[in-house]
Design a protein around this ligand. Structure first.
Ligand code: 1GP
Length: 246
């Protein structure tokens, strides 16, 4: 099964976001991999706002060597590539109006990506205000959509779908104080049939459950696990209890 089909296959899948800039220590990365395996994490997402290619390649190669969990590149710029990953989210930052993140980075890496053995997934990337200035908003020099304005967010999601994007990623930004409103996902799900990813400021099992219930295909967690790796143990307990409940 390719990665997009796996993403589409069900709701409530979990991705662990690894920012290579924050995981330089190999021992820590190996612990993360082991706990992620126990927690039945579905994907590793790799990327960050200011990460170098060398850092991405090094982390991806360690993940590949030590785990079977699929690796998806979630790049902050055109140089965050690695041939060893399984897929690349080819992000179009359509909540913003910065041409660099709508077409510029894409042109820069186009030939190289075409030649790589990567599944390329065209993705509507939509930033929702998460209650504080996040690195992604600063680095991309774009303004996130006001979180109380579901109508603009919804229309942006639909526009991306009509433009042929295969995936929608709603992101409140890493370390957001408030995560994306679940209602937004519920509403978009009624309008389009492509999968939805949500991330930014997700810090509890209750939030994971809420996103799963509205049909989010993948729920991305980064910061919370960077701060406390044992949150993966809570996820493990949650995952095993929800498997039993089936
Ligand atoms: C950010 O969606 C990701 O792009 C994850 O955010 O680090 O807040 O979990 P957190």
């Amino acid at each position: 099964m390719n990665i997009l089909d796996k993403i589409q296959s069900k709701s409530g899948q979990l991705a662990l976001l690894i920012d290579p800039e924050k995981t330089k220590n190999e021992e820590h990365l190996l612990e993360l991999i082991q706990k992620a395996e126990f927690a039945l994490i579905d994907f590793f997402f790799v990327g960050g706002s200011t990460v170098t290619r060398k850092e991405v390649e090094s982390v991806v190669s360690k993940l590949k060597k030590n785990s079977e969990i699929p690796i998806v590149l979630f790049p902050g710029s055109s140089n965050q590539l690695s041939e060893q990953a399984d897929a690349l989210l080819f992000l179009n930052l359509i909540s913003g109006r910065n041409p660099d993140f709508l077409i510029g980075h894409h042109v820069s890496c186009a030939e190289e990506v075409l030649e790589m053995n990567l599944e390329v997934i065209p993705t509507s990337y939509i930033l929702i205000d998460g209650g504080k200035m996040t690195s992604v908003a600063y680095v991309s020099q774009t303004t996130p959509i006001p979180r109380e304005n579901n109508s603009i967010s919804l229309k942006t999601g639909i526009a991306g779908y009509l433009m042929g994007q295969k995936l929608t990623y709603f992101d409140a930004g890493s370390g957001a104080v408030q995560s994306v409103p679940p209602q937004l996902i519920q509403e978009l799900k009624k309008k389009i049939d492509t999968p939805i990813i949500v991330g930014g400021g997700i810090r509890s099992i209750e939030q994971i459950e809420a996103y799963k219930n509205v049909g989010a295909n993948v729920i991305v967690i980064g910061n919370k696990i960077e701060e406390n790796i044992d949150f993966l143990l809570d996820i493990e307990t949650y995952q095993k209890s929800s498997f039993r409940a089936r």
